[in-house]
Design a protein around this ligand. Structure first.
Ligand code: PBG
Length: 335
C-alpha cells in the first residue's frame, strides 16, 4: 500500500472507526458463520457407547446411533458439515476395516446420512486409525527402514474412498500426504460412478505435535517411528506448501486444506493469495483446542472469547472453511 502523505494525524484518526460499536461492526471484514464450520466426529463400535476423550473435553468417541444425534444437532445449528473418523474394532497391517462395507466408518456415514440427509458428510480417508502399526499406509518391507510404501498405498486409498462414497459420503478428505493420492482417489471415484463426489485434500499438512490429543481420540499413534517421512516439515520453505497445493489441484482436488491452522496462518495466507477462486480450508486441530480448554479450566483464559478470536484469525488469514472442535459451541455463541 503506498504511503499517503495527506493522511496524517490529526486529520486522520483511526480511532474514529473504533469509538462506536456500530461503526466497528460496519467496517468488519471477517464474519464467522456456522455454515463455514465443519465438526469432526469419532465413530466407534457399539450401541449407546460414548467414550469421553480426556484430552479433548466435550468430545467423545461415539457409536453410530449417537453419531446420528450429533449429525442432527450439527444440521439444526446450521453447520457446514461433519467430518467422520473411524475407530475400528480390529486393526491389521493394511487397515482393511477402512474399506469394508460393514466397517465402522461406513456404519457412521449411514447413520449420519439417515439422521440428517441434507447435512454434508465428509470422511477422512487415511490408514493410521485402521492399521495395527499406526502409519498412514502400508509399510514397505523392502527398504529395511520403517517407511510407508507410497504407491502400494495409493491403490488402497482409492479403494477406501470408493467404499466411503458407496456408504453415502458426500465428500472425501484424504489426509495421508502420499504423493499422487488425490489423482488415485479421483480416478477410483470416477471409475466407480462417483465423478460428482468432491475431494477436499489435506494438501499442506505438517508433521505437528499439535495432533497429540487427536491421536488419543483416534487411537492412531504410530507404534514405532513418526510421520516425518510423509507429512511436511514445519521449517521447510513455505513455498513447498504452494507446490503441494498445485499438485493436488492438478490431480483434481476441489478444496485444499492447510493443517494445522494457528501456527501456520502464514501458509493459509499464501495459499489463499496464490490460488484465487480455489476454496481454502484450514484444520483448527486438536492441540489448538485442548490448550485453550486446559487454560480455561484453570481460569487463565476466557474460552469463548479466545475461541472466537482464533476462528476469526483463521478466516482472516484466508480460510473460507474451518474444521474445528468448537463448531457447535461457536454456532451457539454466534446465534
Ligand atoms: C490422519 C489425521 C490426523 C488428524 C486428522 N487426520 C492425525 C495425524 O496425522 O497424525 C489430526 C487432527 C487433529 O489433531 O485434530 N488421519
Amino acid at each position: 500500500m503506498p504511503f499517503d502523505a495527506s493522511a496524517h494525524f490529526p486529520t486522520t484518526r483511526l480511532r474514529r472507526l473504533r469509538y462506536d460499536p456500530a461503526v466497528r461492526r460496519l467496517v468488519r471484514e471477517t464474519q464467522l458463520s456456522p455454515a463455514d464450520m465443519i465438526l469432526p466426529l469419532f465413530v466407534r463400535p457399539g450401541q449407546g457407547e460414548r467414550r469421553e476423550i480426556s484430552s479433548m473435553p466435550g468430545h467423545a468417541q461415539l457409536s453410530p446411533d449417537l453419531i446420528a444425534n450429533e449429525a442432527e444437532a450439527a444440521a439444526s445449528l446450521g453447520l457446514g458439515g461433519v467430518i467422520l473418523f473411524g475407530i475400528p474394532p480390529r486393526k491389521d497391517s493394511v487397515g482393511s476395516d477402512s474399506y469394508a462395507d460393514e466397517g465402522i466408518i461406513q456404519q457412521g456415514i449411514r447413520a449420519a446420512k439417515a439422521a440428517a440427509p441434507e447435512l454434508l458428510c465428509i470422511t477422512d480417508v487415511c490408514f493410521c486409525e485402521y492399521t495395527d502399526h499406526g502409519h498412514c499406509g502400508v509399510l514397505d518391507d523392502a527398504t529395511g527402514r520403517l517407511d510407508v510404501n507410497n504407491d502400494a498405498t495409493l491403490e488402497l486409498l482409492a479403494k477406501q474412498a470408493v467404499s466411503h462414497a458407496r456408504a453415502g459420503a458426500d465428500m472425501i478428505a484424504p489426509s495421508g500426504m502420499m504423493d499422487g493420492m488425490v489423482g488415485a482417489i479421483r480416478r477410483g471415484l470416477d471409475t466407480a460412478g462417483f465423478a460428482h463426489v468432491p475431494i477436499m485434500s489435506y494438501a499442506a499438512k505438517y508433521a505437528s505435535a499439535f495432533y497429540g490429543p487427536f491421536r488419543d481420540a483416534a487411537e492412531s499413534t504410530p507404534q514405532a517411528g513418526d510421520r516425518r517421512g510423509y507429512q511436511m516439515d514445519a521449517a521447510a520453505a513455505a513455498d513447498q506448501a504452494i507446490r503441494e497445493v498445485q499438485l493436488d489441484l492438478a490431480e483434481g482436488a476441489d478444496i485444499v486444506m492447510v493443517k494445522p491452522a494457528l501456527a501456520y496462518l502464514d501458509v493459509i495466507s499464501r495459499v489463499r493469495a496464490a490460488f484465487p477462486g480455489v476454496p481454502v480450508a484450514a484444520y483448527n486441530v486438536s492441540g489448538e483446542y485442548s490448550m485453550v480448554k486446559a487454560a480455561a479450566a484453570n481460569g487463565w483464559l476466557d474460552e469463548r472469547a479466545v475461541a472466537l478470536e482464533v476462528l476469526t484469525s483463521i478466516k482472516r488469514a484466508g480460510a473460507g472453511i474451518v474444521l474445528t472442535y468448537w463448531a457447535k459451541d461457536a454456532a451457539k455463541w454466534l446465534a
